[in-house]
Every structure is written in structure tokens, then in C-alpha cells.
Design a protein around this ligand. Structure first.
Ligand code: 1HE
Length: 271
């Protein structure tokens, strides 16, 4: 499917959605946010994992500053913009399907908010991060205060926003903005290939386990400990009755399952 800022295709049971406004560094205007919302609202039922990538040298330059400038939005207009971003990115984070963001170049402002909604971030070595809102006279509005702060801590986010500095890939990896770094001497595979390999691997997990992982852990983090433990038990009870649990356990019992040992996880050097 091709829209004005997005295109999508499928590789087996993996959905690939690509930002296609590279000439504007994949800046997100109102149409792009609506297209992201549309894609994640209508994921076909056979899709098990989604890889979100971007054309060009930069993943995403954040809010479309030209549109924002030209529209001269008032407070309520911009509140509505933020709510549209929140709706779209909530569908990424809480849609029940694992989403891998494949990053390169600038992942800045709203681009970092978009990446923060994904469950796994795989970065090319060219990737860098920034929250330059302060220097533009605006504030984050696409969920960074909730999602990015949870990843890097509120303390680090405040420092990044006050200075507007660029966080390079080494620091970004260390503080959790990227889970994996690709295209390095240790991990020469491209971020796109690595993302697809991870997607194939994750697609082999039990569907219900993946659903529980991507929907319940973030929700439980918002709950009290008492509510969280209860919700965890309920979620586990549902997952445990999934149709392929017995066959997976049988693989272990009959010594056919892969053992959990260092060097045998098949993930390689990108961690
Ligand atoms: C844009 C945008 C944009 C590029 N909105 N048009 N985000 C920022 O503050 C980042 C602003 N962008 C940049 O710092 C640079 O463009 C990049 C480092 C990302 C890339 O640099 P470069 O040299 O490769 O490209 P360029 O020449 O700066 O830009 C190419 C074109 O993309 C150019 O348009 P053209 O018509 O002159 O060719 C740029 O104007 C356009 N472009 N970035 C609109 N962001 C819900 S609140 C979220 C708040 C935020 O996201 S704040 C962060 C905003």
C-alpha cells in the first residue's frame, strides 16, 4: 500500500512500513500522522511483527516545522495535533503486535517520540538522537515525556531538552535509545537486514506471548504493585492456555528445545 508519506508491504507474516518523505527528512506533518494511525489501525490479522523503517539518510526529523510555521496554530489547535500523535503512537505501542524501529541518521524531536513507541530499536551506526524542542520554542507533544523519559529516565531527558545537544550512537546505545547497533566492525550486518532477522525470530514466539509482552508490561508499569501483580497473573493465565503451549513444553521435556546458554541465542554481536 502506498500513501503520501508512507508505504507498506509484507514479507510473509512480517509487515514492513516505511516513511517515504525523505526529501523532507521524513518530517511528520498532519497527513503523515494520520497515515501512521491508519496503518496501525488496520494491520492484517496474519501479521505477527512489524518493522518500521525510513527512506533516505535520516529516520525522522520530527514535527513538520514548516507546516507548523505556516498554520500558526493556536493552543487548542496544537493540543489537537498532540492528541492525534498520541492516538497514532499508542496504536504502535499498545496494538498487541511487536514493532521494531529501524533507525538511521537523525532521530530527533518527534522522530525520537516515534521511535520510543516501538518495542525494539535497531540503529545503523549513523544514528543520532536529539530533543531540540527548546531551541525551536516548542515542547515535546508526541509522547516523549512518557515514553522517552521511561527509557532514558526523566533526569536525562530534562538535560537533553535543556541543552538540545546531539546524543551520538554510542551514548544512545548505552542509555537505551538503541537496543542494537549495526553496520559496525563487530556487527557488519545492515540495520534493515538485522531488523528483518529479529522480526523473523520474534514471529516464531507464541502469538499470545508476544501479545502479552507488548501490551501488558508497559501497562503494568503504570499500575500499583498490587494491581500489577494481579494483572500479571491474569495475563499469564490467559497465555498459559494458548494452543501451542503444550507442544512447546513437550519440545523441552523431550530434550529437543534450544538451551538458554551464552553464545547460543543466535542474536550475534549487535547487543
Ligand atoms: C524539514 C524538517 C522539519 C528537514 N520540518 N521540514 N525537528 C528539528 O528541529 C530538526 C530539523 N531538521 C534538521 O535539523 C535537519 O533538516 C536534519 C539534521 C534532520 C537533516 O539535515 P540535512 O542537511 O540532511 O537536510 P536539510 O537541508 O536541513 O533539509 C532538507 C529538506 O527537509 C529541507 O526542505 P527544502 O524544501 O528546503 O528542501 C528542510 O526544510 C526539510 N526539513 N527537517 C519541516 N522538521 C509533536 S511535537 C514534536 C516536536 C518536534 O519534533 S521538534 C523537532 C523538530
Amino acid at each position: 500500500m502506498t500513501m503520501s508519506s508512507l508505504k507498506s508491504h509484507e514479507v510473509g507474516n512480517i509487515g514492513v512500513v516505511t516513511l517515504t518523505r525523505a526529501h523532507k527528512r521524513n518530517a511528520l506533518d498532519e497527513a503523515a500522522i494520520q497515515e501512521i494511525d491508519d496503518y496501525f489501525s488496520n494491520v492484517p490479522s496474519h501479521i505477527r511483527v512489524i518493522v518500521m523503517m525510513a527512506e533516505g539518510e535520516h529516520f525522522c526529523a520530527g514535527l513538520d516545522l514548516k507546516e507548523h510555521h505556516d498554520l500558526e496554530r493556536g493552543a487548542v489547535d496544537f493540543l489537537r495535533v498532540c492528541q492525534a500523535w498520541h492516538r497514532a503512537f499508542d496504536k504502535i505501542q499498545h496494538g498487541g503486535i511487536p514493532v521494531i524501529a529501524c533507525l538511521q541518521g537523525a532521530v530527533v524531536g518527534g522522530g525520537l517520540e516515534l521511535a520510543s513507541a516501538a518495542h525494539i530499536r535497531v540503529a545503523d551506526s549513523s544514528t543520532y538522537f536529539s530533543l531540540p524542542e527548546g531551541t525551536r520554542g516548542i515542547f515535546t507533544g508526541g509522547g516523549a515525556t512518557v515514553r522517552t523519559a521511561r527509557i532514558i529516565t526523566a533526569d536525562r531527558m530534562i538535560e537533553m531538552m535543556l541543552t538540545g545537544r546531539v546524543v551520538d550512537i554510542e551514548e544512545g546505545h548505552r542509555i537505551g535509545l538503541a537496543h542494537y547497533v549495526c553496520n559496525t566492525p563487530q556487527n557488519p550486518v545492515s540495520a534493515k537486514d538485522f531488523s528483518m532477522q529479529l522480526a523473523e525470530r520474534i514471529a516464531q514466539n507464541a502469538y499470545l506471548s508476544n501479545y502479552a509482552i507488548v501490551t501488558s508490561i508497559n501497562k503494568i508499569a503504570d499500575m500499583s504493585a498490587t494491581d500489577g501483580l494481579f494483572a500479571e497473573g491474569l495475563m499469564a493465565a490467559v497465555v498459559q492456555t494458548g494452543h501451542d503451549v503444550q507442544s512447546r513444553l513437550n519440545e523441552f521435556v523431550t530434550k529437543r528445545a534450544r538451551k538458554v546458554k551464552p553464545g547460543e541465542d543466535g542474536i550475534g554481536q549487535a547487543k
